[in-house]
Design a protein around this ligand. Structure first.
Ligand SMILES: *[C@@H]1O[C@H](CO)[C@@H](O)[C@H](O)[C@H]1NC(C)=O
Ligand SMILES: *[C@@H]1O[C@H](CO)[C@@H](O)[C@H](O)[C@H]1NC(C)=O
Ligand SMILES: *[C@@H]1O[C@H](CO)[C@@H](O)[C@H](O)[C@H]1NC(C)=O
Ligand SMILES: *[C@@H]1O[C@H](CO)[C@@H](O)[C@H](O)[C@H]1NC(C)=O
Length: 483
């Protein structure tokens, strides 16, 4: 998914270090770990969550030092990445690429048992049509500079640079994969890129979203988004019974036409959101993942590429400050909620067993307090602007037609918005006023399937947190000196 900008690096400070028994299943399955959350989980908690659930590969969207360091010695394979806004710098200077590799790759290979870095993602879906060509120029030069720097550092055989690309780089609007080819406006560039990847034995990374096929086209046959074989298309005597395979093989055809028929393909993102749209819910997400995981476990591949497909699920956790430009569902891609609670039963082994994933351990919640509309508020015309304000400063993407909180009445909706703002602001008393119309309660304000969440423990801006620790340590030191 496209991501713009970057969150403040914040954290819950009360991580508990735990001994973890790692389950040995989920062969080859990876997940995307995005951190655009107002209250991100502590990286140590996340790494334990990955290990507890037998997840062996993780794809990141940057190379944040703290996140990457937390993966040292975990045995988890890692993809670090360069955000789009850094592409120009890396494209224009090989020296900068060398510095990037030194600071964000080679340093981590040594420290504390080492981080098992396998890939460097150069940009994130930089050729999306909606970017209007903003990243067309720097991406390929940046790719070349980074791979050259990796080679120069002596790690280029094991660590490959690639570009995570959205499936919109090829024309998949037609239903037959054999018609596939790279988009006209980028075809020449794509041909150069895929030949470079091929020469370097680097994989092609593509993000495939059956959910978006459905979201963007209401005539899209819903059953083709899943894996139950109830709709089939015929392409030159090859049968396709799901859009994932059809989309993947549209890429295979595009690569054939570009002269690199055997270039390895990784699926960098695939998943289904659980809220924020009428087709984004736990029922359809479970159905999608059940089908996908069964398919992946069989290592059957697609009609044109039989065998194992290295795949990264999108995504690990919900991210409540992601841009909602593509749609409100953007903040609900997690197979876990913001707090590391699994949303539905899911079996990574593909046996279709109805069991919940292992929940994140050591998460500290704020108090059981909610902010709601006062029951004595009668004049609802004054409430609207307060609700708009609360929503603009927090996350109301669970409100709206067909969403988990879409059935709330006007007063309940106001309470929902007030609570989201209150939790976003760490339950500060000042954040539950709204011209005197709101009040703090200790009774769970949730309604049916609509969860009124409690945020997780106080997040400190990372550098601020570090200096606070230094101050406390300093204070303790001076205390000891007087004892
Ligand atoms: C390493 O990655 C981090 C996080 O993405 C970035 O802020 C930093 O500028 C990078 N280092 C260099 C030398 O470019
Ligand atoms: C791309 O162009 C459209 C239409 O001109 C505009 O609305 C949009 O903001 C542009 N996007 C970017 C990333 O520049
Ligand atoms: C209700 O609130 C609106 C907007 O704040 C205000 O203009 C109106 O006078 C209020 N009505 C009453 C009866 O207080
Ligand atoms: C509040 O109630 C909902 C169910 O309506 C439940 O899922 C949630 O865990 C409860 N929250 C707390 C903090 O107890």
């Amino acid at each position: 998914m496209a991501r713009a900008g970057r969150s403040l690096v914040v954290c819950a400070v009360s991580a508990v270090i735990m001994i973890v028994v790692s389950a040995d299943h989920a062969q080859g399955l990876g997940v995307n770990w995005g951190t655009m959350a107002s209250h991100p989980l502590h990286p140590t908690i996340v790494v334990n969550l990955l290990k507890d659930n037998g997840i062996k590969k993780v794809k990141l969207f940057d190379a944040d030092d703290w996140t990457v360091s937390s993966l040292a010695g975990s045995g988890i394979e890692v993809m670090v990445a360069i955000p789009n806004d850094q592409l120009n710098k890396l494209a224009s200077s090989y020296n900068h690429a060398k510095d990037w590799v030194k600071e964000n790759v080679t340093k981590h290979l040594r420290d504390n048992g080492g981080v098992d870095i396998r890939y460097v993602g150069v940009g994130n879906e930089p050729f999306l049509s909606s970017y209007n060509g903003s990243f067309l120029k720097p991406t390929f030069p940046a790719l070349k500079n980074v791979q050259k720097a990796l080679n120069k550092a002596g790690v280029g055989d094991k660590i490959k640079a690639t570009i995570p690309l959205n499936a919109d780089i090829y024309d998949s609007s037609s239903n037959t994969p054999s018609d596939g080819n790279f988009r006209d406006d980028i075809r020449d560039l794509m041909i150069q890129i895929v030949r470079f990847l091929n020469d370097n034995k680097s994989p092609f990374m593509v993000n495939i979203y059956p959910f978006l096929s459905l979201y963007q086209n209401s005539n899209f046959p819903q059953e083709f988004a899943f894996f139950d074989g109830s709709k089939t298309i015929n392409d030159k005597n090859t049968q396709y019974d799901n859009v994932f395979d059809a989309n993947h093989d549209t890429l295979v055809w595009s690569l054939r036409k570009a002269g690199v028929p055997d270039l390895k393909i990784l699926v960098g993102e695939v998943g289904w959101p659980t809220d924020g749209d009428k087709n984004a819910n736990v029922g359809l997400a479970k159905k999608f993942y059940d089908g996908l995981l069964k398919k992946l476990a069989k290592n059957k591949g697609t009609p044109l590429r039989p065998g194992r497909i290295e795949t990264y699920l999108f995504s690990l956790l919900d991210e409540d400050i992601k841009s909602v430009a593509p749609g409100h569902f953007e903040r609900h891609w997690g197979i876990f909620r913001y707090d590391g609670q699994p949303k539905f039963a899911m079996d990574f082994t593909g046996q279709g067993q109805d069991k919940m994933l292992v929940v994140a351990k050591g998460v500290q919640y704020l108090e059981k307090k909610w902010c709601v509309l006062g029951s004595d508020v009668k004049n609802m015309s004054a409430v609207g602007s307060e609700v708009n304000y609360a929503c603009s400063m927090s996350d109301c993407t669970s409100l709206g037609p067909g969403t988990s909180c879409g059935e709330l009445n006007e007063k309940q909706t106001a309470s929902y918005a007030f609570n989201m703002y209150f939790q976003m602001n760490d339950q500060s008393v000042e954040a539950c006023d709204f011209s005197g119309m709101a009040k703090i309660v200790t009774q769970n304000a949730s309604h049916g399937n609509c969860l009124f969440p409690i945020q997780i423990e106080s997040c400190a801006e990372r550098l601020g947190f570090r200096s606070a620790v230094t101050v406390v340590a300093g204070a303790l030191l001076s205390l000891f000196m007087f004892m």
